[in-house]
Every structure is written in C-alpha cells, then in structure tokens.
Design a protein around this ligand. Structure first.
Ligand code: GAL
Length: 994
C-alpha cells in the first residue's frame, strides 16, 4: 500500500490556490499557464491536431482499463482498435478504485496504468486521459469514492471541502499521467478535465457553468505537471468553456448520443434524431480548434431489467455507423472518440445502480473481446478511408441541403471542399428512410461539371445507408476524377499503386481516372470507356472481385462491401485475410504477419510484400505461399478448433458455507460497528431514524450491507416497516432472531424497498435482534451538478417497529466489507468485497479453508429449501491449449418454469467469484443478464481455479439454480501473445473477523 506522503505539501498548495478562486468573481480569473511555453509537441489549427508537426486525424475509441483487470490483455484490445484504422484511445480513470480511503491513493497491480501506457505505445495508439475527478461512465458514484458522501461541500462545485477532497487524487494521478505524456516519450497527448460539465440545478448552483470551478480543476492538473492540451466534452454543443473564454480549455469538444439509451425498439430511428447543425455551431463556438467530438455514441448502456446488449448492438449497428458517423464526417470532424469501442465488465461492484455486471455496451468489440459484429468491419472501412485521405483533414465543411448535387429531393448532400479534392456525403433527406433511391450525382470536377454515372444506369442509395463520393482524389500519381464507389484504402509502393474500392449490394458504381487508360485484369462486368481525357469504369456490384489496371501501375481492386470487410491495412501492407490482422513486418525478403483466425482463411497480400518473398510467417510459423508476377502473395491459414473439455459444474463437488451465521442464536455482533451517530455527515438527505443508519457514515459503501437491530420486546409488536435503499434491483431479506419475516425482491424501477412485515408474536421482556441483509447495486452518479445524487444514501433509511412508542428502542449495528474504508484486499481494490460473512472472512479468495465445510454435489444447483444465503466453492480445472483465445462464460439457466412460493418467478439472486474476483451479480427476478463472461487472466486457462457462488433465496420456498454451465465461444487461434494470470491476494486468516 502506498500512502500519500505529500499531504502537507498539498495542503499549502490548496490554501494558496483556494485563496484565489473561492468566492472568486468572473474578473478574477487566473491565466495559469501559457500553452506555448509548456510544450510544442501537440499543437493544432482550425482543422486538426498536430503531433510533432504532423497533422493527425484522430480517430479514437473509449476503453476503460479498469473494466478489464488483466493487464496482459490490454494490448489485445488496443491492437483490435488499431486494426480498425484508429490511432487513438480515450481512457477514463476511476477515482473510486484508487482512493478507497481518503488520503490513501493506490494505483498498483491491476490498477497500475504504466502497463497500459506501454501497451498503447506498442500498439501505436495515442491516448486522451480522462481522470475526472468526475467521470460518470456508469461507474459507482460516477467515479466518486463512497466517502465523498460525507463531504459537506456540493460536489463538482467550488465548495472548498469538495475541492480539498479532490486534491490528493488529482495530484497523485497527475504524477502518473504526467510521466506518460508525449513530452516524456509516452502516449498521452491530451487531457480532459472534469466530464460533461454542462447540466446543473441552477436554483442551487446559480453560478453554473462555473468558470471558477472549471478553471480550478485545470489548474490542479497544470500544477501537478500536466502540460498537454486540455480538451473538453460538453454534454451537447452548448459552447461552454471554449478557448479564450473564462475557464476555457485549449480545444473545445462535445458529446453526442443521438439514438439515446433505450434499446427497446432497435429498428426504430425516430424522426429528427440526426444532428444537422453541428458545422454551424462549431463555426460559432470554436472556429479556431479542430472540430472535436469527445464521445460519440458507439453503443448504449443497459439498465437492470433492460433488453440486453445484443439488442443494443442492433440499435447501434453498422447501419447506424454508416448514417450517423458519415454525418459527423460531413461536419469536418477530425477528432472523434467513439464511446465505447470496448466496454468490458463491471466486476467487483464497480458499476452504478443503473447497470448490471456486463458493460458490453453493444460496442464494436464485445465484452469477450470478440470482433464478430458487423459494426467492427464497417468502422474499419470508414476509418481506413479517412486515414488515407489527407484532403479530408483540411477540407471546409459546407452546410448540407436536400436535393443539392443530385436529381432528387429525397437525398441530402453535404460537401467538404478542399483545394483540389472534394468530398460529398450523401444520405436520405429523411435520414431514417428505408427506401432505395435512384439518383444521378452532379458535381464540379477538374473536367468540368459532370453528371454521374456518365456511362449507363443509375446510382442507388439504399435505406439506412450513407456514402462518400469523391472528386479529384489523389491516389499517388493518379487522379481519381471521381468515384461513387467508396474507397477503403490505397497505397503507393515502389513497383505499383494499389487502390481498393467497394460498393453495397444491388448498387451500380462509376469511377473515372484522368489521362490514363485502363484494362480489366481480373473478373468481368466492368464497362470501360473513354470520356474526354478520362477513362470511366462502370460496374454493377457483385461478389466476384474485379481488378482493373489503370495507367502504368495502378491496380484498382473492386469489391463488394462484405468482401471488403476481409481486407486489412497495416503500416506497410494491404491484405485480404480472415478474422483479424494485428500487424505485418517486412524484413528484407521475409514477411511476418501476426493475426487471428476463427476459420480456415485465405491470405492474400495485395500490396507491400517483398518483390521476391522467401519466407512468410503467420504468428511465427512458416506458411507455404505463391507469389504472382505482380508480387501478390497468396496463402491459406488453416484452422481446426481444439477439443475443449470444460467441466460440468453440476457434477462437481462444491463446499458449502452458510453465509448468514448471524441467524444463529450464538452469533455475536460485538465487533460490528454501532450505528450510534445521532446525526449524519450526509448533506443530501435528513435522517428519518433516531441515529444514522446510512452506511457511508460508517465507511461501508459497496456490495452487501448487514444491519442488526436489538430490542427488548413489549409483546405488542405486530409489524416491522423498513425502507432499505440499495439502488435499482437491490433487494433485502429480514429475520427476527432466526425467524424469516420477509424480503424485498427488488425491481429495476425501485431504488429502495418499502415493506411492512408481519412479525411473529414476541415475548414481552425478551431480547430480540432484527437482521437485515441488503444487496446494493452501486452508488448513484452525479450527472446534474447541484442535485447531489451521488450522496443518495445506502442502507436502512427508515423503519418503524410497532408496539414501541420510541424507535430509539432499537439499537442498531451494521457492517459491510471487513474494515470498511480500511479494506483488506489491496490487490482487488476497495470495491471488490461486500459484507457477506464469507466475504468478511475472505472465503471468496483462493486458498480458503474449505476442508471442514460440507460437500454438496452440484452446489448452487442443489440450492436451499428455505430463505438464506448459501456460499458454495469449488475448484474448476482448465486445460485450454495456449495460443487459443477462447471466450468462457458462466450461464445461469433462466427458464420460466421455476416459480416461487407466490406463483411468480422464483426470487433469488447470486454472486459469482473466480479466483477471488467478483465477476457477476445475477438477479433472477430482474435480469436481463444471465451469461457472465470471465476473461483469461482472471481464469488460469492451464490450471486450477477457485470458483465461488453465493446463492441468495429471498422467499419461503428457498431457491436453486436451474442450470449453471460454463460455456465456450468459438476458439480463436490468436496472435495475442501470452496472458499472465493476474496476481491477487490469497486467503489467510483475517484479524478480527466476525
Ligand atoms: C456520457 C458520459 C459518459 C457515459 C455516457 C453514457 O454522458 O460522459 O461517462 O456516462 O454518457 O454511456
């Protein structure tokens, strides 16, 4: 554990800075730095950023390292992003995971960022760092640690106690990020302070948007050594904190989620959801910075009771990318970050209550790291095109109009005009139209105004599609006079130039080259004709490839879009291959390719191979090949899936531990925390109990919370009313002594349960104890400044025991994870453990002393015949051949046949641990998630794994899992490199366990 030794320094720094900003008036802005003197590596003009003087079209994807706690898999994801044609990644950093106790910042093990920075460098990826301190991100508290519930100052405002609370984190994280800035040879080129500082309840924060606060956050970063430019992410293009304005950043950016977050109707695109005014707004708001979008919708989050991420990936699919992303390009956006590109997992209680364990997000790369969604391939086509089209980077975006450049008002065209090359983005005027519309395209070219197609037929735009047409586009020494087919990539080599174009099914396309002849060298069906000085090619799209030789040495590969999906571009090579190409290296006469296959695949290097290839390797192994006279290399990559012998969980012997020992009459809660505070530190909600029962007042914030209420019976008790609050889908069960009195099953719509339980008759004068076991689902975010939602307390928030005139008759104790903010397991961080007895004792950790526990064949499949929480543990041996990336998931059977005691679907929930890492929370009666991927590295794929399940039956009838299996996805033969099993604390007897 690394304790901050710099608190004293911080305090004096804070005091001096605060003196300048607290109560500051707008004319008291400090101009804290001059960018020019800080660094000159990352610069910008009105078109793009530059790195080391070179223009960079920054195409980036959002990836949160903390949602994949296996550092040796980071390179895999980064390479998959790079292979899209992207050169950037944006990372959030989650304060809650790094400062579980105020003043103790720790970023080691899986939380260390240095290995991520190294992986980004290795992958050739630049980074935007987004350390918050507020991040939203569907994480618990929006990134705020639980202890902030006790800070009186208003969150995300200039209130001194809030600002003070951020100092240690911002200073500590900045030191780490600062070292990784490009100025120090690292990959970080930009930093985003705060997050979507755009919405507030202005009745309580009248100074909003508060430039004093926004400036303060930036100054914190500057003071701590951040020199790269600041970029912002307004939640919408509101124009807050534009460069030069009070509190302004260096580069203004905004976010956009045009289809929202409800995946209920994945085929419905509501009228009016396509942004149309972004170019105008950009010119008004920040004309001197590159048009930047820090978060553009790449998928959607999904709440408890939601529809599941497959449906979200349908809504935000490849067609969405075509229409919405190309609409973005039409605004001349040159800095674009897709949120999320890889979502990952809300393991170890890190999520907010509005989401469940999976954070797949329906994004381009699945939670399992599999890239079989069509949206991956579509994005690859788009990104590669833009990266080889420097004319786009500086083109002037025009405002689009219906009916311009075509012969129909049904289409809308946006022009981007360059010095020579022009780009035209075509879509349906009714952006959501499902029609196929025929049209002719008329545009100025170096050969005059042309109406295209010139040869025959008509162009067609299919429904939910959008296209780039180009004119006078530079392909090495060739002038592509125009093309209605879209460009995937091109490259000029010593001996030839290669251009790859594609079109969609049922389309006719036309392209023309200036001043050269052309001939068909492969395939058929291309009409080639002269028009003036140009040679025109016209063809119907078909699945059989055509190659046209143009002039001396330009080879135009004409593909259908689905075939184009199989092409890849590396730094030097253009090739056709299967599932994934990570990189290719030419060394004299040999070519080494690294990639992945999930089926036997053709490999064809169409550009960039040595002219006389002697050795071809794929993932280090030599493969046979042929080379044509044109230098094209052909080979086949063989694939044959390994036999996987996954254990049958139902026939394993599981060890059983009753994890509610509190119900025994010999149980002592002496060591529990007394809920004795007669006030709360929480400034957001007044107490409605005699003493505070808010868990955060006592340092417990995550996972299961337990309460014990001791009282002496009057004999008049008939009911117990309880409100317990754990967030959406939270649930609780209540006992009096060992007698079950009832449960709140939980529901997606409810943050808390209000239940009146009937009590058994109690004996006057006897002592009783109420036990409440409450499952919580995370702390709320704090999106709207002033609402203080993050401070929404967790725990029992009100109760009434009938037959007692004073509720002070009940003396409460509580617990959560052992140690609270002095948490025990520093390898898995402050959130991984909750308060179940098994967790308090560390029984979820490998090496737990299970020998003395009873055996239960099938464990959670045998289940409970009464309410309670049972903890089952077993060993799962895996023997997955190395070099095979095999997605493994636990699948909970969810048949509707099982009914609970009241005739409804049985009410139970479960938590899952693999080798000590909490990797799933399943709520049978809420859903939707029933498949829980767990990555290699959390698993040991070639060894023994300690797997535990806590099954919680909330009803009289008890519960059992109907089926519970370990399932494998398609094995991928992968060039991802060795995966190291992450090191986590193993079990040892814990001091003071109760
Ligand atoms: C944005 C926010 C992100 C994330 C996203 C939705 O408003 O900046 O952190 O919450 O919405 O997934």
């Amino acid at each position: 554990m690394k304790l901050s030794t710099s608190l004293l320094v911080l305090t004096s720094l804070t005091a001096s800075t605060l003196a300048r900003v607290i109560g500051g008036k707008p004319n008291q802005f400090i101009q804290p730095y001059k960018r020019e003197v800080l660094q000159d590596i990352v610069t910008w003009d009105e078109h793009t950023i530059f790195v080391n003087g070179e223009r960079v079209l920054f195409l980036s994807g959002e990836f949160h390292p903390f949602r994949l706690p296996v550092p040796s898999l980071w390179l895999d994801v980064l390479q998959k992003i790079k292979a899209l044609g992207f050169n950037g990644v944006s990372i959030y950093i989650d304060w809650a995971l790094l400062e579980g106790k105020s003043g103790s910042f720790e970023a080691e093990g899986v939380f260390a960022l240095e290995p991520f920075f190294e992986a980004a460098k290795a992958a050739g990826i630049y980074l935007i760092a987004r350390p918050g301190p507020y991040i939203n991100a569907e994480v618990s508290g929006g990134g705020f640690p639980g202890w902030l519930q006790r800070v009186p100052g208003r969150l995300r405002t200039r209130d001194e106690s809030f600002l003070n609370a951020t100092e240690n984190y911002v200073k500590s994280i900045s030191e780490i990020v600062a070292k990784a800035q490009i100025t120090n040879g690292g990959p970080v080129i930009l930093l985003q302070p705060e997050n979507e500082y755009t919405s507030a309840d202005e009745t309580v924060v009248p100074e909003f948007p508060d430039a004093v606060y926004f400036e303060y956050i930036q100054e914190q970063y500057r003071n701590a050594g951040i020199v790269v430019p600041f970029i912002s992410n307004d939640a919408r293009p509101a124009g807050y904190f534009t460069p030069g304005s009070p509190g302004g950043v260096d580069i203004y950016g905004y976010d956009g989620y045009p289809l929202g977050f409800d995946c209920a109707n994945p085929y419905t695109w509501p009228d009016g959801n396509l942004p149309t005014d972004r170019n105008t707004l950009h010119e008004q708001q920040s004309p001197n910075t590159p048009h930047s979008v820090l978060e553009f919708q790449g998928g959607s989050f999904d709440p408890w009771g939601g529809l599941g991420f497959d449906q979200c990936s349908e809504l935000l699919n490849h067609e969405f990318e075509r229409v919405f992303y190309k609409n973005n390009y039409g605004f001349g956006i040159t800095l674009l970050n897709i949120y999320m590109i890889f979502g990952g997992t809300n393991w170890g209680n890190l999520g907010h209550p509005g989401g469940y364990t999976s954070y797949d997000y329906g994004s381009v790369i699945r939670e399992t790291r599999v890239i079989d969604r069509e949206k991956y391939s579509e994005l690859k086509l788009q990104a590669n095109f833009l990266q080889v089209s420097p004319a786009y980077w500086t083109a002037e975006a025009q405002n689009g109009t219906n009916g311009s450049f075509t012969d129909t008002n049904a289409l809308h065209v946006t022009a981007l005009l360059g010095n020579v090359t022009n780009f035209y983005v075509i879509r349906h005027s009714a952006y959501n139209s499902l029609d196929s519309t025929n049209y002719k395209f008329t545009a100025p070219t170096s050969a005059g105004n042309l109406t295209i197609p010139q040869l025959n037929n008509t162009l067609t735009l299919n429904g939910r599609d959008s296209k780039f047409h180009v004119t006078d586009y530079d392909v090495g020494e060739y002038n592509l006079l125009y093309s209605t087919a879209e460009i995937f990539s091109w490259k000029k080599y010593d001996s030839k130039t290669v251009l790859v174009v594609y079109g969609g099914p049922g389309e006719q396309h036309e392209a023309a080259f200036t001043g050269v002849d052309a001939s068909l060298v492969e395939g058929s069906g291309v009409n080639i004709a002269k028009k003036g000085d140009a040679t025109v090619l016209n063809w119907p799209v078909s699945t059989s490839r055509k190659i046209v030789k143009v002039g001396e040495d330009l080879y135009v590969y004409i593909l259908d879009r689905n075939s184009a999906y199989n092409y890849w571009v590396t730094d030097d090579i253009i090739l056709k291959a299967g599932y994934l190409i990570r990189n290719a290296t030419v060394d004299a006469d040999s070519l080494s390719i690294v990639g992945d296959v999930n089926a036997t695949s053709t490999l064809e290097v169409i550009g960039g191979a040595p002219s006389k290839l002697t050795t071809l390797t794929f993932n280090g192994e030599s493969v046979a090949f042929n080379q044509s006279s044109l230098g094209v290399v052909s080979s086949s990559l063989s694939y044959s899936a390994p036999e996987l012998d996954l254990p049958d969980l139902s026939s394993l012997t599981w060890k059983y531990f009753d994890t509610v020992p509190e119900l025994s009459n010999t149980y002592s809660d002496e060591a529990w925390t007394s809920a004795s505070l007669d006030f709360t530190y929480n400034s957001h909600r007044n107490l409605t109990t005699p003493t505070s029962l808010y868990s955060s007042d006592y340092g417990y914030h995550y996972g299961v919370l337990l309460y014990r209420g001791h009282f002496t019976a009057t004999g008049e008790e008939s009911t117990l009313f309880i409100t317990a609050q754990g967030g959406s889908a939270s649930g609780f069960t209540v006992w009096v002594n060992s007698t079950f009195v009832g449960s709140w099953a939980g529901a997606d719509y409810a943050n808390n349960g209000n239940v009146t339980f009937n009590l058994p008759s109690l004996t006057s004068g006897s002592n009783y104890v109420i036990t409440v076991v409450l499952d919580t689902t995370g702390l709320d975010e704090n999106w709207t400044v002033g609402e203080e939602e993050m401070k929404t307390p967790r725990g029992v928030i009100s109760y009434t025991l009938s037959g007692h005139s004073s509720q002070s008759d009940v003396a409460w104790k509580l617990t959560g994870n052992l140690g609270g903010e002095d948490y025990i397991d520093h390898t898995r961080g402050p959130l991984n453990e909750g308060g179940l007895a098994a967790e308090r004792a560390g029984y979820h950790l490998p090496g737990a002393p299970t020998d003395s526990w009873n055996d239960v064949v099938g464990g959670p499949l045998a289940g409970l015949d009464k309410p309670g929480v049972a903890f089952y543990a077993t060993t799962v041996d895996l023997d997955i051949p190395s070099g095979w990336d095999v997605p493994l998931s636990f699948v909970f059977g969810n048949s509707s046949s099982t009914t609970g005691s009241n005739g409804t679907s049985a009410v139970y929930r479960a938590q899952l641990w693999v080798n000590g890492w909490q990797y799933g929370k399943y709520v049978h009666n809420v859903g939707p998630q029933d498949s829980f991927p767990v990555p290699e590295g959390i698993w040991d794929y070639q060894g023994s794994n300690y797997v535990a399940v806590a099954l919680w039956a909330l009803e009289e009838a008890g519960a059992k899992l109907e089926s519970f299996t370990l399932e494998a996805g398609t094995p991928v033969k992968s060039g991802y490199g060795p995966v190291t099993v992450v090191e986590g604390e193993t079990w040892s007897k814990r001091e003071g366990v109760y």
